[in-house]
Design a protein around this ligand. Structure first.
Ligand SMILES: C[S@@+](CC[C@H](N)C(=O)[O-])C[C@H]1O[C@@H](n2cnc3c(N)ncnc32)[C@H](O)[C@@H]1O
Length: 245
């Protein structure tokens, strides 16, 4: 029998999830940056800045940004550390192509390398990177455990893993307001700004299906990482998990 997983609130065969996620991101690719700013009131920029502050990056670090999309994380990293090498990878060619065009147009393409690849099967040798980042990507993976194992394999010993992802608000009243916003406003915003409410309905649902802070921390430790800590942002709507190989 085919193994099942979730695609938002829908149960799907594991073998079909990647294609469905691919459909969402191909559909949102051209309006991705606009929608990100609108939905988070620009706060995602601050969350990514905080991620970089935690990165322990050095002048000669070799970095892999998985699920890079339009390249927000590499852009901030390279604006602060222009001697590092950054590999940008994403499973979706439309998203990565927009990331590549942006890197050229906004002049952060020197020392960058691009590759279409799944975070669950990375085309890099063992022990290649000092830092691996994943921003709002992990919840879309079909098999997060496989992804975490691949990240560990590609990190150097003592290398840093940083996962930025939606998580679980800690305050119940705040959580209710956030639910209302996610299921009522975000799909409407998607319809209005990007003519695509379905993809943004998936976004809200996929966030609810993603493991909470404590569960994800345990998954990271079970994947063989050491010293996993998490930092809640905006009452836990978003969390950054940091761990070492
Ligand atoms: C919400 S976007 C995040 C983009 C960027 N990291 C950011 O923070 O703005 C999620 C990205 O994950 C990518 N993605 C989804 N599943 C993936 C997988 N299994 N492996 C690698 N990338 C994946 C999508 O194509 C999309 O570009």
């Amino acid at each position: 029998m085919n193994r099942k997983t979730h695609f938002g609130f829908e149960q799907v065969d594991e073998k079909d999830k990647e294609k469905k996620v691919g459909g969402v991101f191909s559909s949102v690719a051209d309006n991705y940056d606009l929608m990100n700013d609108a939905m988070s009131f620009g706060l995602h920029r601050l969350w990514k800045e905080i991620l970089i502050e935690l990165s322990e990056v050095k002048s000669d670090s070799k970095v892999l940004d998985i699920a890079t999309g339009t390249g927000d994380i590499p852009k901030i990293l390279l604006s602060k550390h222009n001697t590092i090498e950054v590999h940008m990878t994403d499973i979706n060619a439309s998203m990565l192509s927009n990331g590549y065009k942006r890197a050229v147009n906004e002049n952060f393409h020197s020392n960058t390398y691009f590759s279409v690849a799944s975070g669950e099967s990375l085309p890099y040798k063992d022990n290649s990177f000092d830092l691996i980042t994943v921003g709002f990507g992990l919840r879309n993976f079909t098999n997060k455990e496989d992804g975490l194992k691949e990240m560990r394999r590609c990190l150097k010993s003592n290398g840093v893993l940083l996962v930025l992802e939606f998580s679980k608000p800690q305050n119940s009243l705040f959580s209710k307001v956030y639910d209302w916003y996610s299921f009522n406003i975000i799909p409407r915003m998607g319809k209005f700004l990007a003519n695509d409410s379905e993809s943004y309905k998936y976004l809200a649902e996929s966030i609810r299906m993603h493991p909470d802070q404590v569960t994800l921390k345990q998954m990271i430790l079970d994947g063989g990482f050491e010293e996993c800590k998490f930092f809640n942002l905006l009452n836990g709507i978003v969390a950054i998990h940091k761990a070492y190989k």
